[in-house]
Write a protein that binds this ligand. Structure first.
Ligand SMILES: [Zn+2]
Ligand SMILES: [Zn+2]
Length: 251
């Protein structure tokens, strides 16, 4: 959602820009990717890691200025899902009749890669782990220069998954964790593949994250609702908060 009630925490869908190990890495291609700064648009090569290909994580890609940069290359990493390669997953959304052109029509060269469990992107070590989401979604851990970021969106932090996830995210400097719902909504939304913001805070405590930003808030949330929950989170730990659109966090 956008407009006056949605200005502070934002209404764009999932995208995070990481600057680590001397390079930029983009996580997911929701509508937030349309706000990539000029410094990133000027890069000749850019990696994009997709947690999964649900529309809210992909919708910004064809509208992103970086796909129309002649001479540039976008390396897209994603797990094969439903028997579809990452390229086929993207083409499902970015092709007629849902979109007028296909990725082949972009001026930027697109290179698709299967996401391995572990890889090096320059000086950045990337690890992925399968989460708990309808159709699947990857959780990501990025490390470089002694700093660590964990991206854990679109995931139910279930009792079964939590020990493995707490280990995966152990000691991270920043945890970006799914907190779409609140406690009242939870009983009717347990199977939707998301978590509550209290579950996100529990995970942060369990894994010893130095900072938490709750991401993927429900689209209907107004700034007033999120500010009230933000206050509760920060009373629990001043390093915990809901993510805000355009927020920059130094690790
Ligand atoms: Zn999803
Ligand atoms: Zn999502």
């Amino acid at each position: 959602m956008c407009g006056g009630d949605f200005a502070r925490y934002g209404g764009l869908t999932t995208c995070a820009l990481v600057h680590m190990g001397g390079q930029f890495i983009v996580l997911d291609a929701g509508t937030g990717i349309m706000k990539l700064p000029n410094e990133v648009l000027a890069q000749k090569e850019l990696p994009l890691l997709l947690t999964h290909a649900h529309a809210d994580h992909l919708l910004g890609l064809p509208m992103c200025a970086y796909v129309m940069v002649r001479g540039a290359r976008l390396d897209i990493y994603g797990a094969p899902r439903d028997g579809l390669s990452p390229r086929r997953q993207v083409e499902r959304l970015v092709s007629p009749p849902l979109w007028p052109i296909t990725p082949d029509d972009f001026l930027t060269e697109l290179c698709f890669h299967d996401m391995p469990e572990s890889m090096e992107l320059g000086a950045v070590r990337v690890r992925s782990m399968e989460g708990n989401h309808p159709g699947g979604a990857s959780l990501l851990r990025l490390e470089a220069g002694g700093k660590c970021l964990v991206f854990a969106t679109d995931c139910t932090f279930s009792d079964e998954l939590r020990p493995k996830l707490a280990e995966f995210a152990h000691g991270c400097d920043l945890l970006l964790a799914d907190g779409q719902y609140n406690d009242e909504e939870w009983p009717t939304r347990k199977t939707f593949g998301h978590s509550t913001w209290r579950m996100a805070a529990e995970l942060a405590r369990e894994c010893g994250a130095k900072r938490l930003r709750v991401v993927h808030h429900d689209p209907q949330r107004t700034d007033a609702m999120l500010a009230a929950w933000d206050k509760t989170l920060q009373e629990q730990d001043p390093a915990y908060a809901f993510a805000r659109e355009g927020e920059t966090i130094e690790l």
